[in-house]
Design a protein around this ligand. Structure first.
Ligand code: BDP
Length: 628
């Protein structure tokens, strides 16, 4: 876990950090939950907000209170509330402020302000004191305010955020200053650079001796399951783990910070047939409970054998989507209504999986996937590692950008490794997470990518106790002839647009042959692992119909999808289809995008487009062990 005492070098955007007080603490990635020993207060609501147009917030001491009376909701992206385009496109520092009452009864506890996400970086001040700076906009961090808290009083909380992109930020891009003097970001990726306090902020009180981490790994033997566990606490008192089933009945109990729990006749977690045991962790002092924390955990194994995915030893075929966290008005902000709707639509259409393209999603989404039995490919925000403002076009051009040769790469890798570590610490116990995606569409055409990939892949293997398969999503330039890094993947993920960016329009009649030729070339290399299509699809403007078809019409999309269906059904190694995208989503404006990317099978408002009925018809018929 990184606590950035020093702002980035080599072109990374600089937060002007007051370094007098940066408290180092180990970050617990446990989801904040109340218990007999813990307290959690949600700080969502209207916070004061201010954009720092002239970069004077530090010198003017905004850490002691920000100017004006503007208020906006937390959590949410700030961009889409306003009618002023300069605000939507703002690049730089933005400030939030609120008051937090901290009860006097918590005096003997540690008190944290826990941010589930602050995009892309920021600094937290409490009562005018700088507490912590954090890089990375899609993973949680906590600011421990013990030393500055005013008990039984209101406490001033100020947050300075920053949304600039650079060659060392994940996701990557650049920030430029226009002749007008205004700054703007230019992403090397195809989604709007939403920013702000985008996920919940919670005030969390934990006992002085507390549970910091808990890790499980599963083994099966006949009808029985063995759960190897490890617990980290901040003290030496003894610990216990109790397990309860879904009816609330006690199953078993273990003692000690590490061990194996046997669950006889275990009810396993299966695809779209989830079962979650409740693990209750305690730190004991005689009969007194010092700390208590609980987590719902699905028991399952996941592995690759040959070109098959095996869940609990049985073959599974992935059907579903690449998604985004994206909705009207709140942008990338945590939106539980949309999360619920998305799961209902995924169930309706017969999907069983999704990829968290192109960044770690809100924790509540993985909890829901655990509950609903969805298989998740969990992605780090390593997107835009291909220097292009239209990456989706250049991805088929054969262009190489020598991305991994830049002098900024060491700093980028440091950030990448830190985010990977936090991602795995945060998500490692989720039954739904079956694989780690370590990049989306990086430039793998030059040998310079190899050492970078080797380190990232090795780190993922080292950090994950469950040794989940690792992969990255490859664009067309990562071809069988040119890709220098595919060998690191435990299974191959392809983003392919034959019939859209390549051989589109009337030329689509040649797309299938080109598509098959590429697959044959991969197989000719002797690759023996599952292939998953993590992206394919074409834009369809809702309501656009035309016979005979033209690009952007529903008819064209159906012709396109028929090609993919024929190809998917005729290669045994293809073990997953995740169409791009679940829903229409916002991107930068431009001649290639009609107010966003329209490849959604659903609209941005989560209503079905014509292709949704095509997928419902196909996926409802495909058995979970298709080609098994
Ligand atoms: C791929 C990207 C994805 C884009 C998609 C597209 O991985 O983020 O949105 O293409 O062009 O290049 O629709």
């Amino acid at each position: 876990m990184k606590i950035r005492q020093q702002p980035g070098r080599n072109g990374s955007p600089r937060l002007k950090i007051n370094r007098r007080r940066v408290v180092a603490m180990k970050q617990s990635m446990l989801y904040p939950r109340g218990s007999a020993a813990r307290r959690v207060v949600d700080l969502g609501g209207m916070w004061k907000f201010c954009l720092d147009w002239d970069g004077k917030g530090d010198t003017e001491g905004w850490k002691d209170g920000i100017p004006g009376n503007e208020k906006i909701p937390v959590p949410a992206s700030f961009n889409d509330f306003y009618t002023d385009k300069d605000i939507r496109e703002f690049a730089g520092d933005f400030w939030y402020e609120t008051e937090v009452f901290v009860p006097g009864e918590w005096k003997d506890m540690h008190v944290d302000l826990r941010f589930a996400a602050l995009t892309h970086r920021g600094t937290v001040y409490a009562n005018g004191q700088e507490i912590i700076s954090h890089e990375g906009g899609f993973l949680p961090f906590s600011a421990r305010i013990d030393d500055v808290v005013r008990w039984n009083e209101k406490n001033l909380v100020v947050v300075k955020g920053n949304n600039e992109l650079s060659f060392t930020s994940l996701p990557a891009g650049i920030t430029q200053t226009l002749k007008s003097g205004k700054k703007m970001v230019r992403p090397f990726f195809d989604f709007f650079n939403y920013a702000g306090i985008q996920r919940p902020v919670k005030l969390v009180a934990v006992p002085k001796e507390y549970i910091e981490d808990f890790t499980v790994n599963h083994r099966l033997d006949g009808a029985d399951a063995y759960v190897d566990y490890q617990m980290e606490t901040t003290g030496e008192h003894p610990v216990t783990v109790e397990v309860f089933d879904e009816s609330g009945s006690f199953v078993t109990k273990a003692e000690g910070k590490a061990g194996t729990i046997t669950i006889p006749n275990a009810r396993l977690w299966e695809v779209r047939d989830a079962y979650l045991y409740r693990f209750v962790l305690k730190i004991m002092d005689g009969d007194a409970v010092l700390d208590e924390y609980e987590e719902e955990i699905g028991i399952r194994t996941f592995e690759i054998k040959g070109n098959s995915f095996l869940l609990n030893g049985h073959p599974v075929y992935l059907k579903g989507f690449g998604k985004h966290e994206d909705s009207d008005i709140v942008g990338r902000g945590y939106n539980p209504g949309v999360i619920k709707r998305d799961f209902e639509l995924m169930k309706w259409i017969g999907a069983n999986s999704f990829r968290t393209s192109h960044y770690p999603y809100s924790e509540e989404i993985y909890q829901m996937a655990d509950r609903e039995g969805f298989l998740v490919i969990d992605e780090v925000p390593a997107v835009g590692f291909f220097e292009s403002l239209v990456n989706f076009v250049d991805a088929v051009s054969g262009k190489s950008t020598n991305f991994f040769e830049r002098e900024t790469v060491p700093e980028l890798k440091k950030n990448h490794l830190a985010m990977l570590e936090d991602l795995i610490r945060r998500d490692k116990n989720h039954a739904c997470v079956i694989a780690w995606s370590l990049f989306n569409e990086p430039d793998t055409m030059s040998e310079s990518a190899v050492p970078y990939f080797a380190d990232i892949f090795a780190k993922a293997r080292e950090l994950d106790v469950q040794k989940r398969p690792r992969t990255f999503a490859m664009e067309l330039n990562s071809s069988p002839e040119k890709c220098t890094c595919y060998q690191f993947s435990d299974f191959l993920c392809f983003n392919r647009y034959y019939g859209w960016y390549l051989l589109g329009g009337y030329e689509m009649q040649d797309a299938e042959e080109a598509f098959r030729a590429e697959l044959d070339a991969w197989l000719a290399k002797g690759v023996d692992c599952p292939f998953v299509f993590t992206e394919y699809g074409c834009d369809n403007l809702q309501g656009e119909y035309k016979l005979p078809s033209v690009q952007w019409s529903a008819e064209y999309e159906l012709e396109y999808l028929k090609i993919y269906e024929r190809v998917f059904d005729s290669y045994d190694c293809i073990k997953g289809e995740q169409v791009w995208n679940f829903a229409d989503f916002q991107t930068v404006e431009g001649i290639m995008r009609v107010n966003g990317n329209k490849k959604g099978i659903f609209t941005r408002q989560r209503q079905p487009k014509t292709a949704a009925y095509y997928f419902k018809n196909r996926w409802e018929k495909l058995p979970v062990d298709y080609k098994g």
